[in-house]
Design a binder for this molecule. Structure first.
Ligand SMILES: [Zn+2]
Length: 257
């Protein structure tokens, strides 16, 4: 489907005039970087069951399963994944419009790698490894080396179990981070939602809070979402395709208002 240029220009103008833009991203934005979703069933990824590697109960019962998954799948994926056009345009937009925050459900760190500086990670990050006893942090490279010698890898200082700094299934989101995200949704006058189906909590709350507070809502998602009928701008497209078009609009010719 061809993207209507007038609609892109209209959205660009609305973004330009917005005083507080909040971006909200989900797995769809990282698919174009080769990060499969949980439901993706290609190759090695399907060898491991997310109900086991991403669940806190299973992790504590048998951490070797996660660390096998980490060594075989997640670590190589994180090392190879590069930000795509959508990540890069969002990073550039910080200097073009009043973009105040990027709320993300993703744990891949690709927004930061693209250059975004205002990222709020609702589900933590898989790029940081932490000791469950003393909270000492390790890089994924350190953890990979440790896991190759000893599975599960243990903290150098206290011999505690190492875990990724992500929110597992069965764990609560960090209440401070969640509140920060909800505040951003309530304060913004433009919410740009990208690559999230916005069905599950808290993703479903964010567009609702924004709309209740009068924000303009733009949705870019390959599939339909429950908020499509309330969107001011709606694109059932890949994130990179739509955001690439923004770079051809007036946003890129003028400095911030
Ligand atoms: Zn420790």
């Amino acid at each position: 489907m061809e993207i209507n240029h007038d609609i892109i220009e209209g959205m660009a103008l609305a973004l330009k005039q917005a005083r507080h833009i909040t971006v909200f991203t989900g797995a769809g934005i990282s698919e174009e970087s080769g990060i499969p979703t949980y439901r993706g069933d290609d190759g090695l990824w399907s060898k491991y069951d997310p109900a086991r590697y991403a669940d806190i109960g299973h992790f504590l019962h048998d951490p070797t399963y996660y660390w096998n998954f980490f060594q075989e799948v997640r670590y190589p994926l994180l090392k190879n994944a590069k930000p795509n056009k959508a990540h890069l345009v969002l990073a550039e937009l910080e200097s073009k419009v009043n973009l105040k925050s990027v709320l993300t459900q993703n744990i891949d760190g690709l927004h930061q790698e693209a250059g975004s500086t205002k990222v709020i990670e609702l589900h933590g990050t898989s790029r940081v490894i932490r000791c469950i006893e003393c909270s000492k942090e390790y890089s994924i490279d350190d953890a990979f080396e440790k896991a190759q010698c000893n599975n599960p890898p243990l903290c150098t200082d206290c011999k505690g179990l190492l875990r990724p700094a992500v929110i597992f299934f069965g764990e609560a989101l960090n209440p401070d981070i969640l509140q920060h995200a909800f505040d951003e949704a309530a304060t913004c006058d433009f919410l740009l939602a990208i690559g999230s189906s916005m069905i599950v909590y808290p993703a479903a709350q964010i567009p609702m809070i924004a709309k209740q507070n009068g924000a303009t809502l733009a949705i870019i998602n390959k599939d339909a979402t429950p908020y499509d009928s309330r969107a001011d701008y709606l694109f059932h497209e890949k994130a990179g395709t739509v955001l690439a078009q923004l770079t051809g609009t007036g946003i890129y010719m003028f400095t911030k208002l």
